[in-house]
Design a protein. Structure first.
Length: 94
């Protein structure tokens, strides 16, 4: 299924862009990336969707996460315990 792209309009004062020394396109790209990063950190978007929102491939988004010192796979103790418990119940064949 193809996603329909919608355009959002966000009012920003020119003085903000001037202070940041960024063009409208640079600011828009940074805003999309930071939004994707925050939504990923809050677990509202998975890696692929966050990368898509930011305009990056999954691999490029992972590299950006690394530069930000963000975990690519961020599991809490309960989630890790569940993963190991399930994996221990799998039939292993050598």
């Amino acid at each position: 299924m193809l996603d329909k792209t919608i355009n959002l309009s966000i009012p920003v004062k020119e003085s903000i862009l001037f202070s940041l020394k960024e063009s409208t396109d640079e600011f828009s790209q940074e805003l999309l990336y930071l939004s994707a990063l925050m939504l990923y950190k809050r677990r509202k978007l998975w890696l692929g969707k966050a990368a898509d929102l930011a305009g990056y491939s999954k691999i490029d988004f992972i590299y950006k996460l690394k530069k930000e010192a963000e975990a690519v796979f961020d599991y809490n103790k309960d989630e890790i315990d569940e993963i190991f418990n399930v994996s221990n119940q799998l039939p292993w064949r050598l």
